[in-house]
Ligand binder design. Structure first.
Ligand code: NAD
Length: 440
């Protein structure tokens, strides 16, 4: 371990990164830019080819990342491959594969298992393996270590070392968060945590806290669960405001004047790869009691797209139409503003409800190539427009032009981007999430 620590500190270590998605590609590029030789592995051949040609495969506003990838690919400090054999020379290997949950909320660690199996076959003697993917508490001990031991024939803390350093990035601020936010370096031994700190110090300006693996696993899943529960509270308060005819934003502003209160914004749904599944990872495997609050929060957040469908139904009713047989324009398909990330898109859930009720749906999203058509084309002859994402483009919509394009002048805003009075002035029938009709 001392030798490895020195190789890391002098940046002589070769670093492998398995999974070149949002997280893996960012950390691989950052490490390569700081002087490490980095070998990135992904099973998607097109992604591997694009990265090696210096192209950023992530759409959306991602400051500095395209330039960084172009530079480290050109200098060959970062080389992408689909062949695990290329990891045989790596002193450190980060695992950044996706870790979703199934419909029954249980973790689906197929990618993690496959990565550990394939890595184990070529793992260098004395290498440090760091799981960066978000995992359920106990996964390093019960899943990762046994698979690596079996596939490599080496023993943990003897033939190889293991750590968990969860990521705190998010699309739109991948490199900024990577550099600036603190990280937890959970090692299987204190010396492992020390070596992890040496590695991350090269790219992270924030604090590096040492812990064991299970603490790191708990911290990451807990911080995203905290967010989910807080969003659920905002959503439930928004639904209460709507039901009693009050303006949620005004209530929220005044509540937040009370010391220590910070109510979030209510919204049309929670998407992305992380927040909808990390609460399930946190509670996975808990024995002896049934966590209640976390599941209830998930249920509130999962209900928001259905609530949006009801707002559309209510607005159409005002103009004498039912959802059946209408053509509806959904504005925004990514889960986050100004991003192309569509994983667990609340819009997809909304569309399912509306189609079940007999509507046909067209989608616009400036950041998602499949839906990046001119907005006028999408709105033309539709019976309603539904804003699901607060992309910059939707913050400056020409409401009068929208009214002319729509066959039926209905606008539903799930993200607080349109002033209801402006919409009404433009002649639109308007519904806003978490706004009573009179406060639209
Ligand atoms: N996206 C975020 O903002 C974010 C933030 C913090 C943590 N995380 C966590 O980081 C992990 C990765 O998330 P992501 O958003 O980068 O996912 P992603 O889907 O963008 O990337 C995962 C990559 O792993 C590749 N992959 C899958 N199986 C593989 C295998 N067996 N071998 C090699 N490559 C394989 C996929 O092809 C994909 O390119 C997840 O656990 C996630 O929860 C994500």
């Amino acid at each position: 371990m001392k030798h490895l620590h020195e190789r890391i500190a002098s940046r002589a270590a070769t670093v492998g990164v398995i999974g070149l998605g949002y997280v893996g590609l960012s950390v691989a590029s950052a490490l390569a830019a700081t002087g490490f030789r980095v070998i990135g592995v992904d099973i998607k051949l097109d992604r591997v080819a694009r990265i090696n040609s210096g192209e950023c495969p992530i759409e959306g506003k991602e400051p500095e990342l395209p330039e960084l990838i172009a530079s480290v690919a050109k200098s060959k400090k970062l080389v992408a491959t689909a062949d695990y054999a290329d990891l045989a020379e790596c002193d450190v290997v980060l695992i950044d594969v996706d870790t979703p949950v199934a419909t029954d909320h249980r973790p689906r660690f197929e990618a993690l298992r496959a990565a550990c199996r394939e890595l184990g076959k070529v793992l260098k003697q004395g290498a440090l393996v760091i799981v960066e993917s978000t995992i359920a508490p106990g996964t390093c001990t019960t899943v990762v270590a046994p698979i690596l031991e079996k596939a490599s024939g080496k023993k943990l803390n003897d033939g190889f070392f293991l750590g968990h350093c969860p990521e705190r990035v998010m699309p739109g601020r991948l490199l900024k968060n990577l550099r600036e936010l603190s990280r937890v370096c959970g090692g299987s031994t204190p010396e492992t945590s020390d070596a992890m700190v040496a590695l991350y110090r090269s790219i992270v300006q924030g604090k590096l806290d040492k812990s064991d693996c299970v603490t790191a696993e708990l911290v990451k899943t807990a911080e995203n669960t905290y967010r989910d529960v807080n969003i659920a509270f905002a959503n439930e308060l928004g639904l209460i405001c709507e039901a009693v005819g009050a303006d949620f934003r005004r209530v929220r502003d005044l509540v937040n004047e009370s010391p220590g209160r910070n109510v979030l914004l209510a919204g049309a749904g929670v998407g992305g790869h992380c927040i909808p599944k990390d609460p399930w990872l946190l509670v996975h495997g808990v024995e002896g009691f049934t966590p209640r609050l976390i599941a209830a929060a998930r249920s509130v957040n999962e209900s928001m797209p259905l609530h949006m469908a009801r707002l559309v139904e209510d607005a159409l009713e005002e103009v004498g139409k039912s959802v059946f047989g209408t053509k509806l324009a959904i504005l925004g398909y990514a889960y986050l503003e100004n991003s192309d990330d569509c994983r667990n898109s609340p819009s997809a859930a909304l569309i399912e409800h509306l189609e079940d009720w007999g509507a046909s749906v067209v989608v616009h999203d400036p950041w998602v190539p499949e839906y990046a058509k001119p907005i006028d084309e999408v709105l033309r002859a539709c019976d309603a427009a539904v804003i699901m994402v607060s992309h910059d483009e939707y913050r400056s919509l020409d409401l009068a032009a929208m009214k002319k394009l729509l066959a039926t002048p209905v606008l539903v805003d799930g993200r607080h981007v349109v002033d209801g009075a402006d919409a009404k002035k433009a002649g639109l029938v308007f519904r806003g999430l978490a706004r009573g009709r009179d406060n639209a």
